[in-house]
Design a binder for this molecule. Structure first.
Ligand code: 5GP
Length: 214
């Protein structure tokens, strides 16, 4: 049996949730840049693009009408309302990436995570929650981002509390005090999860052959 066949694995569905400003986007982008086996799930949203955001890279920016159609046609793996806007995960690209042996990262909130947990994909999920080291730090980071208005920053602070209250629904919780350290921790999680027995479809056959060799 070839080493490739032994090491074949099911792709991970890496769900990353956090309140805005905890550093999730930075961590995710870095993992994507440095690990060729990881791809990003690009969500659809009805919210307006922020300056610098690109269609198809950051989000698919769609109308409310198109979003409803996506729900009706069952094109979304999950969807939720966050800050009065709708967000959802297109199903097609995820299925395709997993089939190609890639791991997929999802930047989705607790509502989306719960929906994914109650679907057939639950066994492929690895849920990671990122916390800020303090509320003050979170607020500072949101302000520094300067992309959002003062009113939005305030709304996001309120929303942060509700997002954080779901931390215990995740498999791993990282406190992002130091970006380097948190990134290393994230990489360790991904590395270990790839070795889980249930994600190694070639292993049974390999062990069967091992036993026959005796
Ligand atoms: P933002 O507007 O700052 O890009 O995202 C706001 C929140 O929506 C973030 O917490 C993000 O995780 C969440 N979000 C983004 N895309 C999706 C999605 O497809 N589904 C769900 N459930 N939440 C999403």
């Amino acid at each position: 049996m070839s080493l490739d066949a032994i090491n074949k694995r099911r792709g991970l569905m890496l769900v990353m949730s956090s309140p805005s400003g905890a550093g999730k986007t930075t961590l995710t982008r870095r993992l994507l840049d440095e690990d060729d086996d990881v791809v990003m799930s690009v969500s659809a949203t009805t919210r307006e693009p922020r300056p610098g955001e690109e269609e198809g890279k950051d989000y698919y920016f769609v109308t409310h009408e198109r979003f409803r159609e996506m729900i009706d046609q069952k094109e979304l793996l999950e969807h939720a309302v966050v800050f009065e806007n709708r967000y959802g995960t297109p199903r097609g690209p995820v299925t395709e990436a997993l089939r190609a042996g890639k791991d997929v990262i999802f930047d989705i909130d607790w509502q989306g995570t719960q929906q994914m947990m109650s679907s057939a994909s639950a066994i492929d999920l690895v849920r990671i929650f990122i916390l800020p080291p303090s509320v003050k730090e979170l607020e500072d980071r949101l302000r520094k981002r300067a992309q959002d208005s003062e009113a939005t920053v305030r709304k996001r602070m309120e929303q942060a509390e509700s997002e954080i209250s779901h931390w215990a629904e995740y498999d791993y919780v990282l406190v992002n005090e130091d970006l380097e350290r948190t990134y290393e921790d994230l990489k360790s999680i991904v590395r270990a999860e790839r070795f889980r027995r249930e994600r190694r479809p070639g292993m049974s056959e390999f062990v069967r052959q091992l036993m026959e060799e005796r």
